[in-house]
Design a protein around this ligand. Structure first.
Ligand SMILES: [Mg+2]
Length: 440
């Protein structure tokens, strides 16, 4: 089947031709999806690094429509690129692009090896590209296709960081001056060097570095726990009661330590405390929840609804951070969001610069539709990235809106993208002071 599909691709299946149809008929049961008028005739992977690495999937239909998906998995980008090239693109050829749900099930159930970051990012890329195509075919933005917007603009937050509290307060002031109404605050810890989330050199925070191996950071949880409650209390006193403040512990704490921190931060009245403890064991959040009313957020590394099943069912969290690219696209994130709504859990999609503008565009359409929306993370991409990915979305006064372009509203300038070849980067790792590997 694969050989046949690749052959069809190589010769270029003609619009509406029997050749495209025969490729589809050859694609096992998926071929039983009844004929619409259109077919996928090309699926290609593009890797570009305009400031950092992004992987994009381009799907082209016989009718000449082009859909773009994001397949970026930070630090493991080429794994998804090859998964798509070798295992997904060939079997997309000849399929009906309108049958998004069937394609999602085909790639999820059909692979046998379910879930996982690489598989789900690849499925997410296909899903975003197909929603983009469906929107372009209908002349509608994605938010219209999935039910229509319930809000025109969405609250977003960005990051302010400082090596010490004085620098953090300056960064918070500068961020407020840009219009943000919600800010994630991260501070250096006395006695520790570079740590997660704190920018160096006053530049924007970018953890992925060049070099033979990852940068090794040293971590001391006790030092962090001694410092952070006081530092965040100073921030709250500085900004007053209204500004939404967020903080990310980046999976560093045990459940007991997480409970201590969340309890100590209650007077700061955080919008959320994020990733307090790893969630491989979802039950770990029970202990945290029993001891604090600080709102909890987790899920940026989740791939499927199964990763947050217990967290939502037992109402152990307040916000689910899963993204369209990380969890199989709009199709699957809608399921997670609807399930989350049962437990009054709101969304707060990951939106750091490790995800391409394609994800941001699609996320904003999702955000304007989803009834149980909480907040959207937003870090500005570099000007080079914005030039490679022209987009309809925009930011103003702490709010974002997706624009009304058909599809998800993000395009790719392929000529410009080709000027930024893949640039090998490594995310840091963390060790405790005695050398023990810890969670970065
Ligand atoms: Mg996080």
């Amino acid at each position: 089947m694969t050989d046949r599909a690749v052959t069809d691709r190589a010769v270029g299946a003609r619009p509406g031709s029997d050749r495209a149809g025969s490729a589809r008929a050859g694609s096992a049961r998926a071929g039983s999806a009844r004929a619409g008028s259109d077919r996928i005739v090309a699926a290609e992977v593009l890797v570009t690094s305009p400031g950092r690495n992004f992987v994009a999937l381009k799907i082209v239909t016989a009718d000449g429509l082009v859909g773009w998906g994001d397949a970026t998995l930070n630090g493991r980008e080429l794994a998804v690129a090859e998964y798509l090239r070798e295992h997904v693109c060939p079997i997309l050829l000849g399929r009906d692009p309108a049958r998004i749900e069937d394609t999602w099930q085909y790639l999820y159930r059909g692979v046998y090896w379910r879930r996982g970051a690489v598989t789900m990012a690849a499925i997410g890329a296909v899903d975003l590209a197909l929603w983009d195509i469906k929107g372009k075919a209908a002349g509608m933005p994605v938010s219209q296709l999935i039910g229509g917007a319930v809000r025109d603009r969405v609250l977003c937050y960005t990051h302010a960081t400082g090596a010490d509290t004085a620098a953090l307060l300056d960064a918070v002031d500068a961020t407020r001056a840009r219009g943000f109404q919600a800010i994630r605050v991260q501070t250096g810890v006395p006695g520790l060097g570079a740590i997660y989330g704190v920018a160096r050199d006053g530049a924007g925070y970018e953890p992925a570095g060049r070099g033979v191996g990852p940068v090794e950071e040293t971590w001391d949880t006790d030092a962090y726990l001694r410092h952070v409650p006081g530092a965040l209390a100073e921030v709250r006193a500085h900004v007053g009661p209204e500004l939404a403040l967020l903080h990310d512990a980046h999976h560093r704490l045990t459940p007991n330590q997480a409970a201590r921190l969340a309890k100590a931060l209650e007077p700061v009245e955080l919008f959320w405390l994020e990733d307090v403890t790893p969630a491989e064991n979802q039950e770990a959040f029970r202990l945290v929840r029993q001891h604090t009313v600080t709102p909890l957020a987790v899920g940026e590394i989740f791939n499927t609804i199964w990763d947050c099943k217990d967290l939502i069912q037992e109402q152990l969290i307040d916000f689910i951070r899963t993204t369209v690219v990380g969890a199989g696209g709009v199709t699957h994130l809608r399921r997670i969001a609807d399930f989350a709504a049962v437990g009054q859990v709101r969304t707060g999609c990951h939106g750091a610069t490790d995800l391409s503008p394609v994800t941001m565009g699609a996320a904003l359409h999702f955000d304007t539709w989803v009834p149980n929306f909480g907040i959207q993370e937003y870090m500005r991409h570099t000007p080079e990235t914005d030039a490679v990915f022209p987009h309809a979305y925009s930011f103003s006064q702490g709010l974002m809106q997706p624009g009304d372009a058909p599809g998800h509203g993000v395009d790719i300038d392929e000529t410009l993208a080709a000027k930024y070849p893949y640039d090998p980067r490594q995310l840091p790792v963390a060790r405790l002071e005695d050398g023990t590997m810890w969670n970065w």
